[in-house]
Ligand binder design. Sequence first.
Ligand SMILES: NC(=O)c1ccc[n+]([C@@H]2O[C@H](COP(=O)([O-])OP(=O)(O)OC[C@H]3O[C@@H](n4cnc5c(N)ncnc54)[C@H](OP(=O)(O)O)[C@@H]3O)[C@@H](O)[C@H]2O)c1
Length: 218
Amino acid sequence: MLKILVTGATGNVGQEVLSLLQSHDCNICAGVRNSNNAKHLLGNNIQCVPFDFTDPDTFDHAFFEVNKLFLVRPPALANIPTQVAPALNAAKLAGVEHIVFLSILGSKHNRFLPHSQIERYINQLGIKATFLRASFFMQNLNTTHREDIKVHSELLLPAGNGKTSFIDVRDIAAVAVRTLIEDGHQGRAYPLTGKASFSWCSRHWLRFVPLYASFGQL
Ligand SMILES: NC(=O)c1ccc[n+]([C@@H]2O[C@H](COP(=O)([O-])OP(=O)(O)OC[C@H]3O[C@@H](n4cnc5c(N)ncnc54)[C@H](OP(=O)(O)O)[C@@H]3O)[C@@H](O)[C@H]2O)c1
């Protein structure tokens, strides 16, 4: 049976991926740093295996008989050669056949982004891959930016005249699961965005903030 290792399992996207994978006929494994915390978040139905990008001792067991890897770069790991590449080398050695990598919109055009470095490194290793180049998560608004919206009713970001196509992490997870389960997505890169783009000017926020408040998210 297909065995899939999900990294970032306790995070925004990983949790949703695990939840959706449960309705498919495959062996799912969550790669986690703290199994107690993971059990608390994910429940007892998900099999957990110790996995830490910065601890090579966890690699052999985590990648054992894994066919497919859902790869999330933890935001704190920015030094790709020392903090992410060793795990990818181990995945290659273990025979992982396909990596679905949560990348970022624009990674193709900015070689300095950690995500761009990871995409290139996976290609260098010759592991088949699908790159999910996601836009700004809608959930950033009720996590990272929650206090600013709640307390100040505004967000100050260096966005200029740029527009952002917010995407729900549940939609990213739905695409991730299709690319893990279905054939035909290897060697592909998908930009993932919401339906519409919004500027960051106050004219839009005045309408946007009450909308979220009314959903009880704040
Ligand atoms: N936010 C956005 O708008 C956006 C848009 C596009 C792409 N992205 C990218 O998406 C990724 C983050 O995804 P996310 O928001 O789903 O994750 P997240 O909620 O930030 O969670 C990070 C995950 O990484 C795990 N982790 C942290 N350090 C680790 C380590 N040393 N070894 C193994 N696992 C470790 C955490 O596990 P613990 O429970 O052990 O801490 C957690 O499961 C980043 O690469 C980010 O750049 C974000």
